[in-house]
Every structure is written in C-alpha cells, then in structure tokens.
Design a binder for this molecule. Sequence first.
Ligand code: GLA
Length: 730
Amino acid sequence: MKLRNMIMSAAATVSMPLMAWNGSVLISTPNTSMLLHADEGSDLRFAYYGERIDESEIHQIHDAWDGLNKEAYPAFGKKIYEPSALQVVHADGNMTLDLEVKNVETTTESDATVTVVTLADKVYPFTVKLNYRAYNDIDLIESWATYSHNEKKDVVLQRFDSFQMPIRQNDVWISHLYGSWAAECAVATEQLMPGVKVISNIDGARNGHLSHPEVMISLDGKPQENSGRVYGAVLCWSGNFKLRFHTDFRDVHKFFIGMNDEASAYHLARGEVFETPRVALTYSNHGMGEVSRNYHRWAREKGNVYNGGKLHDVLLNSWEGVYYDVYEPKMDEMMRDFASIGGEMFVMDDGWFGDKYRRTDDRKALGDWVVDTQKLPNGIQGLINTATKYGLKFGIWIEPEALHIKSELYEKHPDWVLNVKGRDLNLGRGDGEVLLDLCNPEVQDFIYNMVDTLLTNYPGIAYIKWDANVELKNYGSSYLPADKQSHIYIDYHRGLADVLKRIRAAHPDVVMQACGGGGGRASYGVMPYFDEFWVSDNTDALQRIFMQWGTSYFYPSNAMAQHVSASPNHQTGRVVPLKFRFDVAMTGRLGMEMQPGTMSKEEREYASKTIAEYKQIRPVVQQGNLYRLVSPFDGKGLASLMYTDDRADRAVVFAYRMANFNNMLIPRLRLAGLDPDKTYEFHELSVPVGSKPSHIDGKRIKGAILMDTGFEVPFEREYSSRVYELKAVN
Ligand code: GLA
C-alpha cells in the first residue's frame, strides 16, 4: 500500500530555507525542470517548464527568452482585465488580492523534494502557499495550493485553481477525453484558437463520463505519439472540474486547472486551511507515448492507483450473464463453469439484496444491504463456500453512496439524501435513485459501517465493486447551514475521500473496483483508494478498442477492467468472434461478463488455453510499458499496441483489423520500445482451436529490424486480430 499520506509520514521532513531563494527557484525531476522567479516583495513569476537545466543554465533561459516570464498564480485584484486562478471576497467585502512573495522553503521526502512558495496579500492577512512536489525518480511534478487567513470573519473563495501555466503560443494542440455513458474516453484533438477553451464537468458525483480532468498539450503542432514536446496535466479530484485555456493576441496561452467554481463559493473561517487538489504535471520531448508512460509509472509507484504494483486476478462478473437474477443455482453454475476454464475470482453484481423491497430490478431496494434470501437461501457465506469449493475468490457489488426512495433506508432516514427544502426530489435511475448526503458525518459513518460490517462479517470477500449510478440531482443539504449550501459539490467529495481512507485503513487487502455507471469513476480523485476501475458499460470489443485507447492516455493497464462478453453484444448488437473479444480484453485486467456455460466446446477449449496464456503474459501487460503503435482514431481500420517489460526482454504485441474494404492497405507493423540489439523470438498466443499460428511464430528477429522495417501481420477480414509474445533470446 502506498497512500500518499503514508509516504508523507515516512518521509524525512527536514525543512530548510533555500539559500538562493531570493530569485530563481529551480524544481527538477530526472529529465525535466520548472523554473519560478520568486523575488521577495514581488509577485511570483513562472519562467520555464521543459528539459532539465541546471543552476548554471538559468540565465541562459532568460537570455534566450529575452526575460519573458508571466505571473505564476494570478489572483483577481491587480490585473483584473486578465484571467485569474484565485478570487476571494474578504471579510469586509473587498474583492481584490495583491499577493507578494514572502518565503520559499524546501522539504525532502524519501523520493521527492517539495518546494513551498508562500505568498501573502500586501494589506490583508491572507496567505497562499503554492506547493510543488518534484519526484527524483519519475518526471512528474505535483502542484497544489493552500489558503488560510486571519481576517475577522469568513473569507469567501470564489475561484480556487490548483495550478496555472503560461504556454508560449506557436502551433499548440490539446488532446483530451470526451464521451458519454457507454462511449467513454474518445480522444479529442484540437488546435488552441483565440478565445477560451473550457473543459469542465458538473455531474457532481462522477467526473469521467462526458469529459475528463486530464489533458495533453502538444507544443509542436499536431500531436505525435513518439515525437514532439508535450505537457501533461492531470487533476486528482473526483468532483466537478474546470480546465481553461485563454488565448488572445498576446504571446502566451494561459492554462488554468482546478475544481469547478460554479455554484461552489466556499466560506473559509479564520485559521482554517483550504487545500486544492493536486495537479500532476509531466513533460516529454518524445511525444504523447512517453507522457502516458510517465503517468502509468506515477500511478503504479506513487500510490495514485491503490496497490498499483499488484497483479490482478482473471474474474467473472455476473452482470451481463444474469443481470438481477443472481439466484444461488445460477451463481453456482457460473462459478463452476468459470473455474473449469481457469478463472480466479467470481464477482456477484447487483441484485443480491433487499428484504421489504427486493432488488429484482433497478426500481427499488438500493440502500437496503441485507441479503435477499429468496435468491440466496444460504446467504453470502454460502456463495463464498461455493467459490472456495471451486478454487475461486469471491467478490460482491455495492453502491454505497446512493439509495432508491423505495427502500427501508429512505423510510428511516429521508433527511440523509441530498434534497432541496420545499421542492420535490429529482429522481435518477429506476425512477427513484438519489445520492446520500456525504457532507453529513452521520451519513459518512453509515457508509463506512455498512462496508466495514460486510467485510468483517465475511472475511471471504476478496473484492468489492463500488458503483455510483446517479449524478448529483438535488443541490441541497439538510446538514449544511444555509450559508454553506454552496459547499455541497466540494464537501461531498471530501466526505467520500474520508470514508474511503477509513475503509482502506481497516481493510487494506480487499481489491476494490471503482465503477461509476460504467466509466464515470475513472478518476485520479478516487484511484488512490481503488485497485482498478470499470472502463465502460459498453463491452463491445470494437468500441472498446477506441475507449481503452483513450483511457490509456492517462491510466495504466492494471487499473483498466476489461471483460469478454456475449455475442451479439448486449449494447451494440455486434457479432464478433470470441478470439477478437479476448484479444481486446487482454490488453488490461482481463475478465469475463457472460455465462461461460453458453460457449461451445471449442470455444471453452480456446478460452481455457487463452486464459492460461494471459496468466503468463500478465506481468508484462499489467505492469509493462505501453507503446501505442497504430491508432484506431486514425481511420485506417487498424489498431495496434504493445507492452514491454523494463529490460525490454519480453514484449506482448496486440494488433486488430477493424474494417474490411477491397484493396485496403495493411502496412507492416513497426514495433517500439524494444532493445535494437536484442533478438526476439515470436510466439503467437490466442490461436483458435483448429487454426494454425501465422508465419512469424517461432521466428527470431532483431529489435532494430522490428522497429525499423517492421513485420507483416496476416489478418483475415474485419474483427480479426493477432497477439504475439516476444522473448529476447540473446
Ligand atoms: C452499473 C454498472 C454495471 C452494473 C450495473 C448494476 O450500470 O456500470 O456494470 O454493475 O450498474 O446495476
């Protein structure tokens, strides 16, 4: 377990003033540097972020750039005609800030250096601390802000960005993720044009469906996978967010990133500290691929995906196989069939609970976490016993943040849901789902106790799928006082994080999946507590190629839950071969989401062989370095990606043909990330029963040749695919 707070407490926190602080502040990672200018009594300037430079080269940046630098954290007050990162209303009604540098300090942690620049208003007792954690083993800088004050009454925070960066105008493009339920994480690529480009979210509960708080910024024209200078910025927040790019006729784009300020004015009491979420920043001059790999390493190694170094089991989830019909004999059958093809974990999805109201569909019972004994006469323990009998681990679905108004929980605690006094409730899924008020500590305790009791009573539960199927529809809290109703969007997520921290402290080993009605919880706001997330409710292999591609821009493969489902697919009706479905799901954490018993004898034989092969390549797939080779978004009807281990001794290559036209060009596949001097032996995996492996199986070819001229991939028509394992032989 590598939660950040644990790292913090284990760190050497010797605080020392930076000798040369009156002037340049150089913040460096192994290959990158950020340069600030902190002159006491002046505003903080942002001078540079790019390739690593050393102290002696600082003046060269200034000479080359003719001194061009901009304010690092503009606050509303001085240049009110320019966009700001921070805006407040002081206790006396004054709406301006004029911040000056007071101090710069650095603290060392075991794997990073944290630089803190303290700014204070020239007149009001209002302090801003800008924090920069630079890792010494990954090219990653985390930045966040904290505010506090000593004014007589509350100061109201109106805008509270985590970070701002000026970006020199040239031919700057951004790549970000957009979509909807069942179509998450398409990649949008666009040039920054005059005006304001805003990427934001106001769902209130989940922030991964329609847009994402992550962006890549390519400085040298259209984004390239393996070349060009690229920044990455990722907001570690599960609530509403706002990213803004202000572009006018001046020399720089101004990029702001933070929590969304809409309907979120925040009252800060004297002596209280407000901390913004972290922004994780990276830079590479080797294109988007390296930016992604930096994020993947940071996620796995720095606690930003829970237990990020752990290998995950091959699991079967009951949802698409039986939906709400989780009757004991069906569960038994699914477990038996899955165990017989090499499965390792069985997860019972929605439908298992409810007494007065039974969860036979989505129109009731959510919130009543007692077993439906009509479906499961031997309860949860009975299922755990069955799983154990078949050699499987057992997992279970819950949706702790919400209830359906047709539930005993709502009858007992109507005041526990977010609701607007005097108005009817706006209802979600199943005409009755609403969110619990996580601003309320009593509700937080209820959720914690529910999960804790479940896990304590049934130590055999090895996995939890934590769902979140409704947006924040009712903007009112009966817990918060009248003048703090505007805290709901923020306090909901702070409450959620507190609950998750408590659960993790009590149950460090249980595997937890974040699900947000599909991919809504693919979010670095919650991933420090979750091992993985559900990529999408759409399990169609063809569309998954696109969604998983986009998700991989910022998220590592071990966090991406990818399931083989039935054909025709339940969401799109598409019919694709089982092999294609496996080959698409195998690029992340492989699972299944169907009745394994419906497969033919040949299919079962194939699935069993392929699951065994997946277990062999699992360390490379789940922990390896990703190279995206051919993008499905390029419209060539093809896609390909690969993983290598750290020494480039092993690699796994996936290639897909998604379309079929006469005379369609299939270029040779050129690999990446190999050692040019090593020779690799090919083994084709996932070969259907009765088929022969392709020509390259067993051949030995040098890395340089594979990366330079590439090799021919024999495809049949559309929905044909190939998986190769490569092993260095010298
Ligand atoms: C959401 C999830 C699904 C499934 C259902 C159950 O839609 O994304 O995977 O768990 O809820 O109701």
